[in-house]
Design a protein around this ligand. Structure first.
Ligand code: GCU
Length: 446
């Protein structure tokens, strides 16, 4: 895999996503996003935010990559202490403490999902029996239409495909990916085509199915789009409030609706459905696993800042990057405050608590090689979030990661219910798929 440092990755993904848009469209969206970002800052009474570091090696403001400078914090919020200082010592107390942590993530980080999100009706757009590699499969293309009778100007349709083994005798486990839209005949320029079976074929080999949900079909990946999509529909086209949901939470909502469909579908065992994503969709995957208890397992690919990486670590991407006009829409507007006047040290929560909210369900935190993928995603910061979520898993009778020292690349840690592996490749989940499947088998093949 090619080295894909942060900003290059951003450029690559946005170019890919917007391949069907003209340059003018792109500039218009940027301008609208900037305007919305300014409006959100005004609403919060902020005139200025600190700029984030660069992800481009050699740039004068290149992000920190020196481990000795990464830990400027001395403590992290403790998931096992109530807001009033009382310790959490029983699973029953954790159920209450969890609500406090959700409230903080809702208000300050990912935003609140509104109570009145309209219903989704699923329909099959097309269905075919075919071969995926050597595997006979049934593929359904689906659309989840959101009831927009309250505000018909905005139409929201969730795109989903479901592939299941044709010969399955009983409902199968399914792993769902947050996927990108690749225009027809799109080719990755200068990118080697991955060898071997695809992730879907690897799942089919186990007799499982796979699904792809397209997040941008129901919530755009830009600030301009926050007055459209599911967020805009609920807000009737108005700008967001300070604690309104951002795209990550909205994307997670869509994953939950897909799970509703799986529950109604006799081919899928809805108790064995996992969620997976890479990069911004890795962030979406962990938000989904945390917020939607019906997902049984998660594969969280290179999620970095805003995902499974400790926000307080000064290494790779920073809160200041996330709060800028290109990424703030992933979060509640309130999150911008932590890039000025507040700092990441003021955050009432950190990423290990997001991992803890997934407990007791198994979670696999995946990253690429620091040399190949680059330092932007902060592989160690993601590892530490797994480590510090451990006490919550243990309180619930589950196993933590089992180590606290950052392991060498390609060491697999999955003896616990939190797994971690940094593979040898770049910005991809690719090499970790077989390892994840082995991990998932422990739970799905019981
Ligand atoms: C940028 C961004 C990351 C994000 C990544 C991606 O690099 O800074 O936070 O994960 O794009 O989604 O590709």
């Amino acid at each position: 895999m090619k080295r894909l440092p942060g900003l290059l990755a951003l450029l690559f993904i946005t170019t890919t996503l917007f391949a069907q848009f003209s340059r003018e469209d792109f500039e218009r969206l940027n301008k609208l996003s900037n305007e919305d970002h300014q409006l959100m800052m005004k609403m919060l009474g902020i005139t200025e935010i600190r700029p984030g570091p660069s992800g481009t090696p050699g740039a004068p403001n290149y992000c920190n990559t020196d481990e000795s400078k990464a830990t400027s914090y001395t403590t992290l919020p403790d998931p096992l202490v109530f807001n009033d200082g009382t310790p959490v010592t029983t699973p029953a107390q954790w159920e209450k403490r969890k609500l406090e942590i959700f409230e903080l993530f809702d208000r300050e980080v990912y935003g609140r999902m509104p109570a009145n999100v309209p219903d989704v009706t699923w329909s099959v757009v097309s269905e075919r029996d075919t071969l995926d590699g050597e595997f006979p499969v049934n593929i359904k293309e689906l659309v989840g239409h959101v009831d927009n009778s309250e505000y018909p100007v905005i139409n929201v349709d969730i795109q989903l495909t479901l592939t299941v083994p044709k010969e399955a005798k009983k409902p199968v486990p399914v792993i769902m990916e947050f996927g990108f839209i690749f225009p027809k005949n799109f080719k990755f320029q200068n990118m080697p085509v991955p060898q071997g079976p695809t992730w879907g074929q690897q799942l089919l080999a186990k007799g499982w199915g796979y699904a792809v949900i397209v997040p941008t079909s129901y919530q755009a990946d830009n600030g301009a789009g926050t007055r459209e999509g599911i967020i805009g529909l609920v807000n009737k086209g108005q700008p967001r409030k300070a604690d309104d949901w951002g795209s990550l939470r909205a994307w997670a909502w869509g994953a939950g609706r897909a799970l509703d469909y799986f529950t109604a579908n006799p081919d899928v065992d809805e108790t064995r459905v996992g969620i997976e994503g890479l990069s911004r969709y890795g962030k979406a995957a962990i938000v989904t696993l945390a917020y939607e208890p019906r997902f049984a397992i998660g594969l969280i690919g290179s999620s970095g800042a805003g995902g499974a990486k400790i926000y307080r670590r000064v290494f790779g991407e920073q809160v200041e990057n996330l709060a800028a006009s290109g990424e703030y829409h992933w979060f509640a507007p309130n999150f911008i405050k932590y890039a000025g006047p507040l700092t990441p040290l003021d955050l009432p929560v950190d990423a290990h608590e997001l991992v803890a909210l997934c407990a007791p369900r198994p979670v696999f935190i995946s990253g690429g090689s620091t040399q190949v993928e680059g330092p932007w995603i902060d592989a160690k910061g993601m590892f530490l979030a797994g480590v510090f979520a451990g006490p919550v898993y243990e309180l619930l009778g589950k196993k933590s990661l089992g180590i606290t020292d950052f392991p060498p690349q390609c060491t697999t840690w999955f003896n616990g219910d939190i797994a971690y592996r940094q593979h040898e490749g770049g910005h991809t989940v690719g090499p970790n798929w077989p390892v994840f499947i082995e991990f998932a088998e422990r739970y799905f093949n019981k």
